[in-house]
Ligand binder design. Structure first.
Ligand code: C5P
Length: 413
């Protein structure tokens, strides 16, 4: 009998006040079946004792390069890891890692590994926004290091701002998804062989041949999802009401179907439903349309036109009704208040596997921005918060969640 082995995760912990939250991440990973080896910096042990990690993890916590029982511990740790996760990653750790310093067990392990690396920074807003930290992050990301960006919230000392460690649950699920797919967190081809359909943009509902009703959706999030899925190896069909262009290098993997109205989008999506393993409805479909679209341009001479609206079909509802076994359906929703409550209720009402809720009232999130902040609700009761970050990073986080959902479904069969 072959024994099923969970991923081997080196959990690096640095000396920041958020180190206490790494204890929760450690517990969540172990509960999920991972083999966790904590590696603490000297400063981390000022915040949380090594004993706490040793008691919860799969192996005793380590903090020294100079252990007589295990010579060269960093190469053993680095070579055997499926993932190195650092929680919290301080400005100091990011600088040392970016510069290639290896002056303690954690930095030496980071240099001695080919495993994917995920850093979860946490620090004061001024530090997070400092040019050196920005540049170190950019350097590390260019090398394929994954970053789970910090959230905006309460910080040590009573301050509030960007720099608060991401939610431990979110960190644990990102870590497990990356460890499972292997390779660079930015460039894994873990959707190879899968058929993904993405809808994007705000539909346009004709009033007459020259006028239409629409909404503020730019299509950026939907296009980022199509691009991210293609980069991860999927065959993608993008049904889009947005005029945005896709980068040239992903175009061979994406079939683009341009549509205008909710009715066009419905026809296109229903035709693709059978083919799709995953459908992501990121489009802002109009809820109402003019009951009658004039066949010739309405002119002032005809007097004020009477605008009679009718509801559009709920495309997602139709897709849920006609879904085939194993197909994953993801809906999007824009909310301005009571995100958790409304998100959960909508997830149930729509019957989808995952619902991604944009808080469009949050600064920098939602319509037409290059950044977004979302909460992902799962039909299994899970909730994940993605703090303000690029729409590309949100797209990857959504895809991580989709893959985790597929894995869960397979293992429960
Ligand atoms: O109910 P609400 O419009 O907030 O639901 C949003 C989700 O439903 C999105 O995924 C959107 O693409 C989808 N939708 C749809 N057909 C509509 C309206 C919304 O598929 N007519």
């Amino acid at each position: 009998m072959t024994e099923e082995r969970g991923p081997r995760i080196v959990l690096g912990v640095c000396g920041g006040i958020a180190a206490y939250k790494a204890v929760e991440v450690c517990r969540l990973l172990v509960d999920a079946g991972a083999h966790v080896v904590p590696v603490l910096t000297k400063e981390a042990t000022r915040f949380v004792g090594a004993l706490t990690f040793s008691a919860l993890a799969s192996e005793p916590a380590q903090a020294s390069l100079w252990d007589e029982d295990t010579p060269i511990p960093h190469t053993r740790l680095g070579q055997s890891a499926d993932l190195i996760l650092v929680v919290p990653a301080t400005a100091h750790l990011m600088a040392r890692y970016a510069a290639g310093l290896a002056d303690d067990l954690l930095t030496a392990t980071l240099l001695a590994t080919r495993a994917p690396v995920l850093l979860c920074p946490a620090m004061h807003t001024e530090m997070w926004e400092h040019a050196s930290v920005r540049e170190n992050q950019a350097t590390l990301e260019r090398r394929g290091v994954g970053i789970v960006p910090p959230a905006v919230g309460h910080l040590a000392g009573g301050d509030t701002g960007a720099g608060r460690l991401a939610d431990p649950q979110e960190i644990a699920s990102r870590a497990l998804a990356v460890a499972a797919r292997g390779g660079s967190p930015a460039a894994a081809r873990d959707l190879a062989g899968q058929h993904v359909v993405v809808s994007a943009g705000g539909t346009r509902e004709a009033l007459d041949p020259v006028r239409y009703l629409t909404n503020r959706s730019s299509g950026k999030q939907g296009h980022a999802l199509a691009e991210a899925a293609a980069r991860r190896g999927a065959e993608v069909k993008l049904v889009t009401a947005s005029g945005l262009a896709l980068p040239a290098d992903v175009q061979p993997a994406v079939t683009r179907i341009d549509v205008e109205s909710a009715a066009d989008m419905e026809t296109a999506l229903h035709a693709l439903s059978e083919w799709a393993d995953i459908v992501i409805m990121a489009a802002a479909v109009a809820d109402f349309r003019p009951k009658v679209a004039a066949t010739r341009k309405l002119s002032k001479e005809d007097g004020l036109p009477e605008l009679v609206l009718e509801p559009t079909p709920d495309i997602l509802q139709g897709l849920v009704a006609g879904r085939h076994p194993g197909q994953v359906l993801v809906g999007f929703a824009a909310e301005t208040n009571d995100v958790a409550e409304r998100g959960r209720a909508k997830l149930r009402r729509k019957g989808v596997d995952l619902l991604v809720v944009n808080d469009v009232s949050a600064p920098g999130a939602g319509f037409d921005h290059d950044t977004n902040a979302v909460t992902i609700f799962g039909a299994d009761g899970s909730t994940g918060e993605i703090a303000l970050t690029s729409k590309d990073a949100v797209a990857h986080a959504v895809l991580d969640r989709v893959i985790a959902h597929q894995r869960q479904n397979r293992s429960s069969k």
